[in-house]
Design a protein around this ligand. Structure first.
Ligand code: NI
Length: 273
């Protein structure tokens, strides 16, 4: 979706100033910031909190999110992100990512989760991260504080219902954020994850174009915006994975991209710095 740059928010890498800082705590689900999120009780992702033996890792339900072995301060990382799902093509996409051993991040629409709970659980079970993309995709900057909060909290509840856990990241629809969105997200323990590469896949429903943009526009530590509700985008993914692999990229989740630099709730990030 189109990026609405909020006043005062720098484009692209200029944001790295503030961007390079925070997220050890969010390994996707269940690892919200201690104290920050309302669901930190489920942060059973630390090694000590892990209930069972190693076999737990192969269980599909809890999202263990083992400590990332990739260090993006040294590796050439890129974060693929898919918004507006889950949808009818998400399962196909998960198969493509698995075939390539690639990890991604899904920003979920709360109102789309019912009936696709298993898809969301599979996203986590396969090592991907999930984030809150509001309940019904409004432009948050135009809403009251209460309505902003409701859009996010309702979706967090749905994520909890589907997976038993929570998340510490969100993405404002259209990239439309402002100071009030920052205050509300901070209160909810959610960091705002924007993007640095926009494939405009929602507008150009052409797999070749989408693949070409993702492959040729990506730089190290970029966050690439796509949407798994478009079959043209999903069909572009094998080419994207091949093309970016050939360029030496490693595909990481948002928490992995910021590993060791905890994301700060309320702050907006455009890339991994
Ligand atoms: Ni969206």
């Amino acid at each position: 979706m189109r990026l609405v740059i909020p006043a005062g928010l720098p484009r692209r890498r200029t944001a790295a100033v503030g961007v390079a800082l925070l997220l050890g705590w969010l390994s996707g689900l269940g690892s919200g910031p201690s104290g920050g999120g309302q669901d930190s009780a489920t942060a059973a992702t630390g090694p000590a909190a892990r209930p069972g033996p190693a076999s737990v890792r192969s269980t599909p339900s809890p999202p263990p999110a083992p400590a990332p072995e990739i260090d993006c301060r040294t590796a050439k990382c890129v974060a693929l992100t898919f918004d507006d799902g889950p949808g009818p093509y998400t399962t196909k996409l998960l198969g493509m990512l698995a075939a390539h051993h690639a990890k991604a991040t899904f920003f979920l629409i709360g109102g789309s989760i019912r009936g696709r709970e298993a898809v969301v659980r599979r996203e986590l079970a396969e090592g991907h991260a999930i984030g809150d993309h509001t309940w019904s995709h409004p432009q948050l900057s135009t809403l009251s504080d209460g309505a902003i909060r409701s859009q996010l909290v309702r979706t967090l509840g749905e994520i909890r219902r589907a997976t038993g856990g929570t998340t510490g990241i969100m993405r404002p629809p259209y990239g439309a954020t402002n100071r009030r969105v920052g205050v509300v997200t901070r209160g909810l323990g959610l960091a705002q994850i924007l993007w640095s590469v926009d494939t405009n896949d929602w507008r150009d429903r052409n797999s070749g174009i989408v693949a070409h943009r993702a492959i040729s526009w990506a730089h190290r530590n970029d966050i690439i915006l796509m949407h798994d509700i478009h079959p043209t985008t999903v069909n572009a993914v094998p080419r994207i994975l091949d093309g970016l692999s050939k360029r030496g990229f490693t595909f990481v989740t948002i928490p992995e991209l910021f590993a060791g630099r905890p994301l700060k709730p309320g702050r907006a990030y455009l890339d991994g710095g």
